[in-house]
Design a protein around this ligand. Structure first.
Ligand code: S3P
Length: 170
């Protein structure tokens, strides 16, 4: 099978990073963690980028990175939760790979992210209601751009990866 990028997308806490780690091992592919690459390239945390330069600037950094990734060796790419909100980004992703959407209920997301401090959008908004509202705003977009959608609630990472691999091979 021709190897293409696999872009894992979905809400914060949907399991993109965890699934990406496992999937790269199973598929023997490179792993790219978008947030981590931006932190390394900029030499500051995501919180600091948002505080000093604002969200739009961060979104621009995401776009630059996605362009770079499209021209690199095929990889499993764990995308930031907002990366597909820009159409330009989605176009680059579609050109170089497949988009796999991971979903989870707001309650599941909350349990996974509640102790984190490194997501500026959730800092000060760490509750199920906020998560539900933002998820409602983004759901249509996630669904419209995804090639494959996989539910993660109550499932092991191995089980999720099995489904992703099967559906990619179909
Ligand atoms: C964001 C998600 C985060 C990170 C930034 C903004 C979002 O990534 O890119 O805090 O807008 O959903 P994760 O989805 O990996 O937490």
């Amino acid at each position: 099978m021709e190897q293409k990028n696999i872009f894992l997308i979905g809400f914060m806490g949907a399991g993109k990073s965890t699934v990406a780690l496992q999937l790269r091992q199973e598929l023997h592919m490179e792993l790219r963690e978008m947030d981590q690459m931006i932190v390394e390239q900029q030499g500051m945390s995501i919180n600091e980028i948002f505080e000093r330069f604002g969200e739009e600037h961060f979104r621009g950094l995401e776009t630059e990175l996605i362009k770079q990734l499209g021209n690199s060796a095929p990889a499993v790419i764990s995308c930031g939760g907002g990366a597909v909100m820009r159409q330009e980004n989605v176009a680059y992703m579609k050109d170089s790979g497949r988009i796999v959407l991971l979903t989870a209920e707001p309650e599941t997301i909350y349990q996974r992210v509640k102790n984190g401090k490194d997501r500026p959008i959730l800092n000060g908004n760490m509750n199920v209601e906020f998560i539900r509202q933002l998820m409602d705003k983004r759901r249509g977009r996630y669904q419209e751009v995804a090639d494959i959608t996989v539910v993660t609630d109550g499932r092991s990472v191995e089980d999720i990866c099995r489904e992703i691999r099967q559906r990619i091979a179909e």
